[in-house]
Structures are given as structure tokens and as C-alpha cells.
Design a protein around this ligand. Sequence first.
Ligand code: MN
Length: 145
Amino acid sequence: MAAASRPTRPRTTVAVEDYLEKIEQLIQRKGYARVVDIAAGLKISQASVTAMVQRLDAGGFIKYEKYCGMVLTSSGLEVARRIAHRHQLLTAFLRVLGVADEKVIYNDVEGMEHHISPKTFKAIESLTRYLEKNPAVVTKLKADR
Ligand code: MN
């Protein structure tokens, strides 16, 4: 591999992305993330969270010290921010389309944020920005269905 090549995006799973998203949220809100808070936030047992946190550390996404908590590495932060951005944008997309039930939006976004390709995401992002700037189009869209 050429030394100058752009580092490839780290391989992640849905679970890894959800954990990193939650850890970043906790750090933003409270200044730290503890196993007990992640367990409560993701509704998972503390034992499972501890096992996952050790995997995230081994994978280079976080630095975990048993009694001091954890911090995101730059790679962990990049994944967390990408998912958080997707979460925000996809929520805005479904709202502008007129999906009224916030619970439906949340559940759909939680799935979509992990599974949409970068190209499709970009396309949805442009469409969302366009619709937000052109409320008349949205009104017509809603009237037509
Ligand atoms: Mn999410």
C-alpha cells in the first residue's frame, strides 16, 4: 500500500457504530462515558457492554481504563460523528417528507443510518437540503398523495 494513500475507513458493524454513537453522546452531555451509562442507554447488560468496550479498545476505536472510563480515539470519533450526522440528516429527511410519528422516524433512522451507502446518503442529503429550501415543493408533494 502506498504510504500517501488515504487511510481507508475502518471496518465497523452496526453494533460498533451504535456504541460509538452512544459513547460520543454521553461524553458530549456529561463529559464522560461509563459502562453503566452505556448499558442504560442501549438497554444492554453491563457485562455485555464491558465485553464490547474491550473489543472497541482492541479495535482502536476507544481507549479504555477500567476505573477511569474511556475516551474516543480519532478513528472512533470519526465513526461516531459520521453516524451522528447521518442520524440528524435522515431524521430531517423523514420529517420534511411528512412522516409525523417521531417513534417511527427514530426507529427507521436507527436502521438506515448504518445501511445506506455513502453515495445514496449524499443524494438524500442534497434532496433534503433542497426540500428544506423549497417548502412549496413539499406542500405540493403532500397534497398529491
Ligand atoms: Mn442513531
